[in-house]
Write a protein that binds this ligand. Structure first.
Ligand SMILES: [Zn+2]
Length: 247
């Protein structure tokens, strides 16, 4: 089978055998694929830095009979290395990669979502933004891009006041229609969410909340929205919170 070259970013890595590494690469053309890089660990490893989490570039891949390809070589454009040097940032990106993988699955190309992920990796590496702003902007934009745009302007049941966010229903609800799982939402947090959901993708971080508490509040809501729609708790989220000192 012919080799192919695909541009993408490594979003997950695991040790594989004694000397190898199993990579998940989010590529433009093939979506998220699994590929093995042989001999990346141990004494004889060469160019190991090109085959780790967040390396972005052109990967030469060799298909095999099974589902898993082999990474032949990589031409790296950016490694977003400041993220790897900061355990809190890295744990955030591991979590964001985790939800992306869960939402998109393998072999499902989506250039819009890839571009959102690259924007967040770039901002985490090279800009000074609050962790929770990066987190909630990506969580909500990912959901919108994945077909889960929430109704945020008024109650999704009756069109009345938007006072709570319902992660299960995927919309704001009024006092009369809120359930036990729904989250009381301040006007400031609701405004942040409306901005993120409505803005062009490239401007997903072009806002600032009046107070850092709105990032925390928004982040609590958007993570519950992701979790409710994915029907999954993410261990990587707990790890990020531990690293960031968030209770
Ligand atoms: Zn209502």
């Amino acid at each position: 089978m012919d080799e192919l070259v695909s541009r993408g970013i490594i979003i997950k890595q695991n040790n594989y055998g004694d000397a190898h590494r199993m990579l998940s690469i989010f590529t433009e053309d093939e979506g998220i694929i699994k590929a093995v890089r042989y001999g990346v660990r141990g004494k004889k490893a060469s160019n190991a830095a090109a085959f780790q989490m967040l390396c972005y570039g052109d990967f030469k891949l060799r298909p095999s009979r099974g589902e898993i390809m082999t990474v032949v070589s990589a031409d790296i454009l950016d490694g977003f290395y400041p993220v790897s040097e900061d355990i809190t940032k890295l744990s955030l990106l591991v979590y964001l990669a985790d939800i992306t993988y869960t939402l998109l699955g393998e072999a499902n190309p989506d250039r819009r979502i890839l571009s959102l992920f690259l924007n967040i990796a770039y901002a985490a590496a090279y800009r000074d933004e609050p962790y929770l702003k990066l987190k909630s902007a990506y969580e909500l934009k990912l959901m919108c891009a994945g077909g889960y745009m929430p109704r945020l302007d008024s109650c999704g049941v009756c069109g009345g006041g938007a006072e709570y966010f319902s992660p299960g229903k995927g919309c704001m609800v009024c006092r009369a229609h809120h359930g036990a799982e729904d989250i009381k939402t301040s006007p400031g947090a609701a405004a942040v969410m409306r901005y993120i959901a409505g803005c062009p993708d490239k401007r997903m971080l072009s806002f600032s909340a009046k107070d850092d508490q709105y990032y925390k509040e928004t982040s609590d809501i958007t993570e519950k929205y992701v979790s409710a729609q994915a029907e999954k708790e993410f261990a990587s989220l707990g790890y990020f919170k531990q690293m960031a000192g968030i209770t």
